[in-house]
Design a protein around this ligand. Structure first.
Ligand SMILES: C[S@@+](CC[C@H](N)C(=O)[O-])C[C@H]1O[C@@H](n2cnc3c(N)ncnc32)[C@H](O)[C@@H]1O
Length: 308
């Protein structure tokens, strides 16, 4: 198992996702002799997981079953242990596209936080790119290093424990893209410019508040960045539902048929007196938006460093 390529079978040391439903899943570190409790009973790693194919339906000790899924950055984002606020896949998708990330890209990021975005960046820039991520909180940096090694992507990332606003990214003139998710990104814009390649590159800063955006945009302008734009991306999720609608009874037409044109069959006298009891319904499938949608996460400010 590695977060940058697919493997068929579950192996000792893998991080697998135990899937009980869309609202219920969790990661598990697969170990010989290991046991994992679920509401459907125990999963025994040696017999139920190791050697089985990813995607398998695994029966737990109480007879219920779960699916075991191969970990992807998207599933990891939904399942990782939060050390900080994290970025979710909706924002990550726009960041990836607007920073023009691809295999081979060199990227600088700060802070690492819970490494939700880091995993997605690494998957995109593999196998030849590299991520330099800066996190000034010692324990968070160490936890991220541990996870990158566990997920077999340690060779694609360098974690530095320093203040990005004071000490920058520790690299110069090598990055194709820089990403900032810190409280005062405007203080890191100068360092971002130094980290980006001489010939130029892209920058993105994520901030929840518009005042942070204003200061960042001013700093970007002062440092000569161009194409400065700020966006917000909102995801609207739909459920597929069968809808039943009553067909209005508009009375009888001159020829005696129901005015709706729907063949209501022959009504008894009783039904004719109480037409609502027999009112026709029509059923169809439709997409229904969820009552609540994810609100504001943050503003994404993008800009370009040009050669001239
Ligand atoms: C919101 S979290 C980042 C979350 C991350 N983008 C993710 O998806 O998991 C912000 C992180 O930046 C770190 N941080 C804040 N200011 C920093 C600075 N000046 N230098 C380095 N790290 C900083 C914090 O310790 C925190 O872990």
């Amino acid at each position: 198992m590695s977060f940058i390529e697919y493997g068929d079978t579950i192996k000792e040391g893998d991080t697998a996702i135990v899937f009980l439903g869309h609202e219920s899943m969790f990661p598990v570190k697969v170990q010989h002799g290991g046991k994992t409790q679920t509401k459907y009973g125990v999963i025994r790693h040696s017999t139920d997981l190791i050697g089985k194919e990813y995607g398998s339906k695994v029966t737990c000790s109480k007879g219920g079953w779960v699916y075991i899924l191969y970990p992807t950055p998207e599933l990891w984002t939904l399942n990782l242990r939060h050390r900080t606020q994290i970025l979710y896949s909706t924002d990550i998708s726009l960041i990836t596209m607007m920073l023009e990330l691809k295999p081979g890209s060199i990227v600088c990021e700060s802070g690492t936080g819970s490494a939700s975005l880091s995993h997605a960046i690494i998957r995109t820039i593999a196998p030849t790119g590299h991520l330099y991520t800066v996190e000034f909180h010692q324990q968070r940096a160490e936890k991220a290093i541990e996870e990158f090694e566990e997920h077999k992507v340690g060779h694609l990332v360098t974690v530095k424990t320093q203040d990005v606003c004071k000490n920058g990214f520790g690299v110069t003139n090598i990055a194709d893209a820089v990403f900032l998710d810190i409280p005062s990104p405007w203080e890191a814009v100068g360092h971002a410019k130094l980290a980006l390649k001489h010939e130029g590159g892209r920058i993105c800063s994520f901030s929840p508040c518009i005042e942070q955006v204003q200061r960042t945009c001013l700093a970007l302008e002062e440092h000569g960045f161009t194409e400065i734009t700020t966006s917000e991306i909102l995801l609207r999720v739909y459920n597929v539902r069968t809808i039943s609608l009553q067909i209005p009874d508009l009375g009888k037409t001159a020829d005696g048929n129901s005015s709706t044109g729907v063949d209501g069959g022959s009504l008894s006298n009783e039904d004719a007196l109480c037409p609502n009891l027999q009112q026709e319904t029509i059923q169809f499938k439709s997409g229904v938006p969820l009552k609540e949608m994810v609100g504001h996460t943050g503003y994404l400010t993008f800009a370009t460093k040009n050669l001239f």
